[in-house]
Design a protein around this ligand. Sequence first.
Ligand code: PXP
Length: 235
Amino acid sequence: MRRRLGVNVDHVATLRQARRARYPDPLAAALIAERAGAAQITVHIRGDRRHIQDHDLTRLAASVQTLLNVEAACTDEMADILLSVRPHRVTLVAERPGEVTTEGGLDVAGQAAEVAAFASRLGAAGIHVALFIDPDAPQIDASCVAGVDMVELNTARWAETGNRGELVRLATATERARSKGLSVAAGHGLTLQNLRDLVLAAPGIEEYNIGHALIGDAVFLGLETSVRRYIDLLA
Ligand code: PXP
C-alpha cells in the first residue's frame, strides 16, 4: 500500500498572522508541498481564526491540485463555510475555545446523533467526511454508526509519551477500523523522530496528516526537503 502524506499548512498562516501581514502565504506553501509529493493539503479553520482565514480556504479550494482536507468543528458557522467552499474532504474535530492545539478526538460515541446529522449534511453536498477520534473501540464503532467511511486516529498520546503501549493501542484501533470497512488516517504531534515506529506498528494506516513539526523542520531544511523527508519515512 502506498501511504499518503497530507501536509498541514496551518502554521505558515500562524507566522503570517503574527504580523497580520500578507506573507508567508499558506497557498504558496501548499503548491510547494504538492510539488514535493504531498498527496493532500490539510488545514484547520478554527473558530478563533488564529491561523487559517476564510479567504485562505477559498484560494486553496481554487488552486490545490491534489485534495483539500479541511478540519473543522461541528458548528453552524462551520457548516455554512464548508458548504460554500466544498473542499474534497472535511475532517470533523473537537475544538475547545482557548486550547493551544486540538486536545483530543471528537467524542462521537457521546454525541452520535449530532455527528451523524452534521456528517450527512456535508455528505449530501458531495463532501467526503472523516472523523478525528481517539484510538478507542467505542469511538470507532460509533463512527461506523454515524455513517462515515473514514476515521483519522489521534496520535497525540504516542507523540507526547513515546510509550510503546500507545503504538499497540493505535495498531489495534487501526485493525478494528479496517475490519469494519473504514479507511484509516492518523495525525497529531508526528515528527521525523516518531513517525517511522508508527508506520511499522500500524501498517494499515493509509494517510498521515502532519503540520507543526514538518513546517518547523522546513525553517531549517526548506519546505520541499522537509516534505520529502516525511514521505521517505512512509515508504
Ligand atoms: N490532524 C488533525 C485532525 C489535527 O487537528 C491536526 C492539528 O491541526 C493535525 C492532524 C496535525 O497535527 P500537527 O500539527 O501536530 O502535526
